[in-house]
Design a binder for this molecule. Structure first.
Ligand code: GLN
Length: 439
């Protein structure tokens, strides 16, 4: 068996060779320290005392606090900000002997869908460095895809785990809202943000999710959920599958995903039926007023007095757009009109999904409605926001959702999105594992 030390050395060698070009890791822990920790983990494995993540190496999105690493949020605002505590997810990973190797790049403050808004330069897509890797957990997905680590943590407010997972050809999960503690996560939009795993396959992603989930006294809205049963993954299951009936930009993506679902249904006897979800076409218009408002509120602490720089003076254009937008929406004269309207549509979408999940086990669609553009390519704000039209609904509804590789178009990975009801991660993962087995 390969030891953790050997694995780590291989990863570090590859990172040394390719990280400069791909711009994935912003920070790697000192090699000596990593090797010592890997050795300690190997000793534990030998003694049969190791945790469930022993032997796995992990990368972390820089909006999650981990002692000794920089939680810069890929921003000049928090550049040089050294975390003084571990987020709950980091504590849990460490207690199961996962080896965290460093912080990866992302969109600035998780605002973006392309990995281009980072203050430290764009992340490249390992499958084709001319293309964006998706975002905002760009480095997390790219690190896994490039073979720099086994797993990564990302955060997903409107698709930021699933979108880059789709473009990079890896697995990414957005857990049910409140099932994973957000303690130690730097907010984008607190009523939507969730931390979640990215990995090379469904089983590894499920394992990491099983470890990070759970109630946490430091996050009052977090709740306990059932443990996952990984032994069930890959076992034959008859499922009722809804195919989201919504016109997307690139028909080739829809066709590819449809073919894959059809193959699964032929192999496993799944019942397939198209389903329209009312209001889902309003997802983007509903999401941004909420995000602008909550982000504006969350960033008031970056006033340059206690730590970091004053955000308005040092952030990039996308972050500034949201702050200015949030300041406008929250003006007293508007009496919170747009925010409350958006909350009402959010509620409607949530109710429509609960209805749909009375009939279906899972609902399937493409993850992203279009292929990734070339890095630096000029696209409008609306086009950029449209990348998330299919991922945002599950953040608004608060249920669980994941992306798995479904195939390629012109060599570019395309993801399939699988959504299940709140706290029904087990069902979602069972469906995903069966689709994955078709390869
Ligand atoms: N791309 C979306 C946005 O810019 C989603 C971000 C995210 O999920 N963190 O808000």
């Amino acid at each position: 068996m390969v030891t953790t030390v050997e694995k780590l050395k291989d990863y570090l060698e590859l990172i040394k060779k390719k990280n400069k070009e791909l711009n994935i890791f912003l920070e790697i822990r000192p090699e000596k320290e990593l090797l010592e920790e890997a050795k300690r983990i190997d000793d534990k494995i030998k003694k049969g005392k190791a945790g469930r993540l022993a032997g796995y190496t992990l990368a972390v999105k820089p909006n999650i606090n981990a002692i000794g690493l920089h939680a810069s949020c890929s921003s000049k605002v928090l550049e040089g900000y050294l975390s003084t505590y571990d987020a709950t997810v980091i504590k849990k990973i460490k207690s199961e002997d996962g080896l965290i190797i460093g912080m990866v790049n992302s969109d600035e403050f998780a605002c973006g869908s392309s990995g281009e808004t980072s203050a430290f330069g764009p992340v490249k897509n390992p499958t084709n460095p001319e293309l964006i890797p998706g975002g905002s957990s760009s480095g997390s997905a790219a690190a896994v895809a490039a073979g720099f680590c086994d797993m990564a943590l990302g955060s997903d407010t409107g698709g930021s785990i699933r979108n880059p997972a789709s473009h990079c050809g890896v697995v990414g999960i957005k857990p049910t809202y409140s099932s994973v503690s957000r303690y130690g996560l730097i907010d984008l939009s607190m009523s939507l943000d969730q931390i979640g795993p990215l990995a090379k396959n469904v089983r590894d992603a499920a394992l990491l999710l099983d470890i990070i989930k759970g109630k946490d006294s430091n996050d009052p809205i977090s709740v306990e959920s059932q443990n996952l049963n990984l032994a069930e993954l890959g076992k034959m299951k008859k499922l009722k599958v809804g195919l989201l009936d919504l016109k997307i930009q690139d028909q080739r993506i829809q066709d590819l995903v449809d073919r894959k679902v059809k193959e699964a249904s032929d192999n496993y006897g799944w019942a397939l039926k198209k389903i329209k979800i009312p209001y889902v076409d309003l997802a983007i218009e509903t999401y941004y007023p909420l995000v602008y408002t909550e982000f504006f509120s969350a960033t008031r602490k970056f006033d340059g007095r206690r730590y970091g720089k004053k955000i308005e003076e040092s952030c990039g254009p996308e972050v500034l757009r949201r702050i200015i937008g949030g300041a406008e929406i929250t003006k007293a004269e508007h009496e919170g009109r747009n925010y409350h309207l958006a909350l009402r549509v959010k509620k409607l979408i949530e109710e429509e999904y609960s209805k749909a999940f009375r009939e279906f086990d899972v609902i399937v669609s493409p993850t992203v409605p279009r292929l990734p553009h070339n890095i630096g390519g000029k696209i409008s704000v609306e086009e950029m926001y449209s990348y998330d039209s299919l991922t945002i609904p599950s953040n608004l509804a608060g249920n669980c959702c994941m992306s798995i590789p479904a195939g390629k178009i012109n060599g570019i990975p395309v993801g399939m999105q699988i959504m299940a009801d709140k706290f029904n991660e087990q069902k979602m993962l069972e469906a995903a594992a069966l689709v994955e087995n078709l390869k």
